[in-house]
Design a protein around this ligand. Structure first.
Ligand SMILES: [Zn+2]
Ligand SMILES: [Zn+2]
Length: 345
């Protein structure tokens, strides 16, 4: 099968013919229908992700059709499924308590196991998978493995965002724009922050209530003005010190900061304004992924029409363009995300 393989950090992925994956006894092999290209893939490509090594086939935001099912699989050939990027064991204390995204036995196609920058991907522990609603296109569904699910869990599973509250979103890439759209879908008021005016205009065009260009000065102060005293919930979607601190200081007393962006490399340890956390009685949440039992709530919101995730998709690309898309994350990116939909070229 054709796959895009990481051979050297920071250089184009190598398009190669590799062996098709073996089917796990407790899982399936999916023919990949669509796979998003995510900032986490870029962390792996640039050598900053602690677990991604040369030889890796990336791609963790995928959906696909079952072409082979193991003897212990619950799925049938032809089923169209979406997988969360964290595959949990289902039996450890974390899983048993409903927190599958913190499972210590987790499997990570695209980071450790071969991922979905390929025609086929093996998915073990297939109790994590969910059936794709017929009304959802694979291109839109690809984001439901990572960006959309992570945002959904950040807002509803962690910060408990309520309708009528103000949500601030720092960084409007794939995950930030997902959080903004889902926040609107939940009935919150949303203010987005970025340094790329085109992304802010795009968000405003999608019904987001307010936008702040961080290159114009103190974004946190502007948010406190817009929201009449500060946001109730703030999502940081980049993982860098300036936006983490802006996210913390844009909150009103008792506000909730959610760390969604992944701090890696030289930003893994950073200085944050702990005085503001103390003075304003703030809560700081970390979040990563989503337990798969929460898929029905998210899919229900999307299929009900209360939120349209299709504006998230900027372009469909072919497999051989994946390396160029990763390199584009080196600088400011235009609105929306790229999804691979053709794996033959
Ligand atoms: Zn991702
Ligand atoms: Zn587990």
């Amino acid at each position: 099968m054709r796959a895009a393989v990481l051979r050297d950090y920071n250089s184009d992925l190598s398009i190669e013919d590799v062996a098709e994956p073996e089917c796990p006894t407790d899982g399936v092999v999916l023919k990949v229908l669509a796979c998003g290209i995510c900032r986490s893939d870029w962390h792996g490509w640039s050598g900053e992700h602690p677990r991604v090594k040369p030889g890796q086939i990336g791609g963790h935001e995928y959906c696909g059709e079952v072409v082979e099912a193991g003897p212990d699989s619950q799925w049938q050939i032809g089923d169209r499924l979406v997988a969360p990027f964290i595959l949990a064991c289902g039996s450890c204390p974390s899983c048993q308590s409903g927190n599958q995204n913190t499972c210590p036995n987790q499997r990570l196609p695209g980071f450790v196991e071969p991922g979905a920058f390929a025609e086929y991907v093996a998915v073990p522990m297939d109790h994590n998978l969910a059936r794709l609603p017929d009304s959802l296109s694979p291109t839109v569904a690809a984001g439901l493995g990572c960006r959309v699910t992570t945002s959904w869990h950040a807002l509803t599973g962690r910060a408990a965002l309520q309708g009528g509250e103000w949500l601030a979103v720092h960084g409007t890439g794939g995950i930030g724009l997902s959080a903004a759209l889902l926040g609107r879908g939940l009935g919150a008021y949303v203010v987005v922050v970025d340094v790329v005016q085109e992304k802010l205009d795009h968000a405003l065009g999608l019904g987001i209530d307010a936008a702040v260009n961080a290159s114009d000065g103190d974004a946190a102060e502007k948010i406190r003005e817009i929201t009449g005293g500060g946001a109730h919930v703030s999502v940081e979607a980049l993982g860098i010190p300036v936006t983490v601190n802006s996210s913390i200081t844009c909150l009103r007393p008792l506000g909730r900061h959610v760390q969604v962006g992944m701090p890696v490399g030289h930003t893994a340890h950073m200085e944050i304004n702990m005085s503001a956390v103390y003075q304003r009685n703030l809560a700081l949440y970390g979040t990563r992924g989503m337990p798969s039992w929460r898929y029905p709530s998210l899919l229900g919101l999307i299929t009900s029409g209360r939120v349209d995730m299709s504006p998230l998709i900027a372009r469909e690309v072919v497999l051989s363009q994946t390396g160029a898309e990763l390199a584009a994350f080196n600088g400011p990116t235009p609105p929306g995300v790229a999804v691979i939909t053709d794996f033959t070229r």
